[in-house]
Design a protein around this ligand. Structure first.
Ligand code: UT7
Length: 322
């Protein structure tokens, strides 16, 4: 039986920091409201000439270095993003070229804030079936490009960033299980109601922005991610005490705390990075994972339950032995 082992992680945040105080001069909001309702103090914003592939490249190079492999060892690239550089080719193909890799499959996955979990699931299945032996899995976003910076209900929440992991085939797990879900009935609660095929006028006029029914999304995010913990533990016949760390999607500290409480995890076992990143969509979980590995919070041998939730709705989890 073949499993995927995580052998390296990396992340990258753009240099520009956008604080709550700066947002106060852009919309009718204030730092205390944002902190109390979201736990977000600041977020990073990509420079005008910085694109999703740039963030993905920096995160990937850090992950490849940490993994101790060469880019030439990688035989699968999956990039989760909602904010691709171009309509096509995929950001994964652009990234593949930047990394000097020729030949193996590279493609994007679109599941918004749950995208990294979908990408991880796919890469894991390639490895388990012997179709790949060393996979680069990336979550990268320039979400700031699809935000209406005059809408205080959304602009305070999101940020840009990238995170990546390298998975390698191994006899030992690694990824113990992955669980994915989607439900398109909720398509209008969190969306950009424009695209290439539909409402292209909004793209042309530069008004293709994220819209959200905040409190509805909040409710569903908590329920879906709390249920995912139960589903993941049951699939592995484990108890919550067996898990060292829970990494919920970094959307809002109130969502993270509510998921932790509902799932019965003490706050000390729940990873929280949202204060300095905001919601970086598909980059949120790999960013939190990489930071926690690098600062020594998550150690080799730890059992980590990661989960994402996003527009669609989409939601998914992975249980992984580091
Ligand atoms: O990956 C998933 C992505 N989405 C999310 O994670 C978002 C989930 N939702 C949330 O995080 C929360 O719903 C928000 C943080 C967006 C909003 O918090 P809330 O506690 O649900 O507030 P609310 O939407 O019920 O709004 C309460 C009040 C409203 O005023 P009125 O109508 O009561 O007078 C809003 O207009 O707060 C007002 N408000 C603001 N005030 C200051 C909304 N945004 C702001 C703001 N600053 N930025």
């Amino acid at each position: 039986m073949m499993y995927s082992r995580l052998i390296g992680s990396g992340s990258y945040l753009p240099e520009k920091v956008l604080t709550n105080e700066e947002l106060e001069s852009m919309v009718d909001t204030d730092h205390d409201w944002i902190m109390a309702r979201t736990g977000i103090a600041e977020r990073r914003i990509a420079a005008d000439d910085e694109f999703t592939c740039d963030l993905a490249e920096k995160a990937s190079k850090a992950a490849i270095k940490a993994a101790g492999v060469s880019a030439q060892d990688i035989d699968l690239i999956v990039v989760a993003t909602t904010t691709a550089d171009q309509v096509f080719p995929s950001t994964a193909c652009l990234l593949q070229h930047r990394l000097g890799i020729e030949g193996p499959p590279a493609f994007d996955v679109q599941a918004v804030c749950a995208g990294f979990m979908f990408a991880l699931d796919i890469a894991d299945k390639f490895i388990r079936t012997g179709s790949a032996s060393c996979a680069l899995v990336v979550g990268a976003e320039t979400f700031s490009r699809i935000i209406d910076w005059s809408d205080r209900r959304t602009c305070i929440l999101f940020g840009d960033g990238g995170g990546a992991v390298v998975l390698k085939a191994d006899q030992q797990p690694g990824i113990l299980s992955t669980h994915l879900h989607s439900d398109g009935r909720f398509k209008d609660l969190l969306c950009v109601p424009a695209g290439i095929s539909r409402n292209y006028q909004a793209i042309q006029s530069g008004t293709a922005f994220t819209t959200m029914e905040g409190s509805e999304v909040f409710r569903w995010a908590v329920t879906a991610m709390a249920d995912l913990v139960d589903e993941t533990l049951a699939a592995n016949s484990l108890d919550k005490e067996d898990v060292d760390w829970l990494i919920p999607h970094q959307a809002n500290v109130r969502i993270i705390n509510a998921v932790g409480r509902r799932a019965g995890f003490p706050a000390e076992k729940v990873i929280v990075t949202v204060e300095h990143h905001g919601n970086t969509s598909a980059a949120s979980v790999p960013l939190a994972l990489d930071e926690s590995i690098r600062d020594g919070t998550i150690k080799p041998g730890d059992l980590v339950l990661m989960e994402g939730f996003g527009g669609g709705f989409t939601w998914g989890s992975a249980l992984i032995r580091i």
